[in-house]
Design a protein around this ligand. Sequence first.
Ligand code: NAD
Length: 436
Amino acid sequence: MENTGQKMLESALEIIKKTSHSLGLDSETIRRLLEPEAIHEVNFPIELDNGKLRLFKGFRIQHNSSLGPYKGGIRFHPNVTRDEVQALATLMSIKCAVAGLPYGGGKGGIIVEPKHLSESELERLAKSYIRAIATVIGPNQDIPAPDVNTNPKIMRWMVDEYIKNVKVQMSNVKSSQRELNKLKATFTGKPVDNGGTLGRTEATGRGGVIIFQALLAKLSSKFKYQSSKLSIAVQGFGNVGYYFAKIAEEQEFKIVAVSDSKGAVFVREGLSVDTTMKCKKEKGTVAGCYCKGSVCDIRFGKTVTNEELLELPVDVLVPSALENVINEDNMRDIKAKIIIEMANGPVTEEAYEYLTKKGVIIVPDVLANSGGVTVSYLEWYQNMHNEKWSEDQVNTRLKTMMMQAFEVIWKKAQSKRIPLKQAAFELAIERIVKKE
Ligand code: NAD
């Protein structure tokens, strides 16, 4: 899997180089954008349930801190590599700058198959990793969050371990409870009863719908639309895809297809997102949810493959599962007029270029899925200021911040006649460089 991480890193660095050259940056400034500020590689042991010790390798890569502390998730996966973590840290610097957050980019990972560990081994793994990187993280230094195979429960273990370690170091210094509480801001994506914020679970999907609606408002002069008439296909029905579909449906858009790793369901008339989720919970997949043999629950329900979902005759396609799913092989068969990149990197560079030339509007991932990190910032802010906001307060601030981010990128794209992705990267790099 070394290759996947290497390819991800090459493509992240390539786009930064290309954008930096088009902005006329000097070679030393470009080098600072390409090279991470720090790479921490740690090897740490845990005791397995059978009493034996096993050594694990983990990383924390801190890419750029000119806009503020590093921010980025921690993933647990057997295919984690240094290159992959570096690529993701680099893209976090871009995403935070695009979203207008006072953060730089970071990322962490442990090479592990979490399914092979018991719950208590997983807890010891999470805590041991945090002890290994405790001196390089902190609320004003580097702020991790969940990513692939990590979740609020793991954040609880991590933040508790971090605070325990810092308390030991601070035992001679008189510190207030409030100061100790601030240490919770070292992690985001925590459970709500342990310093987490309301609204985080839905934030990435919600942010995507906000951006989608802002885009439609801009296009409305060219392209008269009525939300209930626009058909949307969503690939992936996990956290991001489900909440995107659910919130879009609440805004009266018509979701005609959704999928998971086992297949997709297509209902030309529009499907019910919650009924489909209920069915998925019962059957384990959305495939076949609307039909049993020739008997369908809703008229025109049909099971299709994940590949077919991408090629459906819909207005809007929302890839929310995996990277590189729209590529050289299928780009000529894509019929959607708008693509919202909710997954990270679902459209390859070749496909991006081809579809953009064809007039398809693609909202880049660094903007479309930045709702998650934006609400992470709101969680951090509440912890730092000893505040606790209602879900409405969080959602209102998310909307304001996402609209601001969209507006600046849209204006840049229009005035320079460049695609939204190029505008987003130019804006991010300009912001980072200005602060250096
Ligand atoms: P998730 O694990 O909750 O859901 C992933 C979904 O994709 C599942 O429904 C799974 O069945 C489906 N899937 C897997 N393989 C598939 C395939 N071959 N075809 C179709 N569907 C398939 O993950 P998530 O948190 O929803 O993240 C999805 C994507 O969004 C990832 O690229 C992630 O990096 C990105 N992202 C997530 C967040 C967040 O806040 N969760 C933020 C930014 C970006």
